[in-house]
Design a protein around this ligand. Structure first.
Ligand code: TMP
Length: 214
């Protein structure tokens, strides 16, 4: 059965400390207020299997290929069992990180082969005859130095959050490359502004697309 509303797949990206988490919840509330069904999820994770893989990726030391294979394995399970069925039901799927994070962290941060990641991306995100990726990526763009300052006063760091500023510069630059390669999909949000201003920017992007009415 076809649903009246078309499913929307929106990912949220940015270096640790960019402040995307609070805005994902606000985005979910805004869509729900306009009567849309929302699936709020995250990567690595979003399914029981993928959450187990997340624990390993965030907690255990491993080489960059192993790390990349685990995040893509988690992604395949998440995509086929949660994201695609939700889109089919007409949901707005809000995903806290997706493949751009792999290019940024494993590719940029760890310096792992971009061509191998590109190959994995093709395999994992091809379902049937079609390649699936977000319709929109909201990129919380923040200078690595500012992000590090915000993180220093926050939670106990995981394997990524405890990395050096150099690592985050490389992550940031890799996001920049992905954004430049797909400008129609990426919407950069200046995350150095106040919470209210960041929300106004994000809201304007969704209104311009006519995905939110109010
Ligand atoms: P989170 O703290 O935003 O939930 O993200 C978890 C961490 O996992 C974050 O530091 C980025 C990292 N990560 C990767 O290294 N590769 C990936 O593909 C994804 C999705 C996240």
């Amino acid at each position: 059965m076809k649903h009246a509303e078309k499913g929307l797949f929106i990912s949220f990206e940015g270096i640790d400390g960019a402040g995307k988490s609070t805005h994902i919840q606000a985005t979910a509330d805004a869509f729900k207020a306009e009567g849309r069904d929302v699936t709020l999820t995250r990567e690595p994770g979003g399914t029981p299997l993928a959450e187990k893989l997340r624990q390993m990726v965030l907690g255990d030391a491993m080489d960059p290929l192993t790390e990349s294979l685990l995040v893509f394995a988690a992604r395949r399970d998440h995509l086929t069992t949660v994201i695609l069925p939700a889109l089919e039901r007409g949901h707005v799927v809000l995903c806290d990180r997706f493949t751009d994070a792999t290019f940024a962290y494993q590719g940029g941060g760890r310096g792992f082969s971009l061509s191998t990641l590109t190959q994995l991306e093709r395999w994992v995100q091809t379902v049937g005859a079609s390649f699936k990726e977000p319709d929109l990526t909201l990129w919380f763009k923040l200078e690595p130095r500012l992000a590090a300052e915000r993180l220093a006063s926050a939670r106990v760091p995981d394997r990524f959050e405890s990395q050096s500023e150099q690592f985050f510069k490389a992550v940031h630059n890799a996001y920049l490359d992905r954004a430049n390669a797909a400008p129609e999909r990426f919407a950069p949000i200046d995350a150095s502004q106040t919470k209210e201003q960041v929300w106004d920017q994000l809201h304007a992007v969704l209104k311009n697309k006519k995905w939110l009415k109010l």
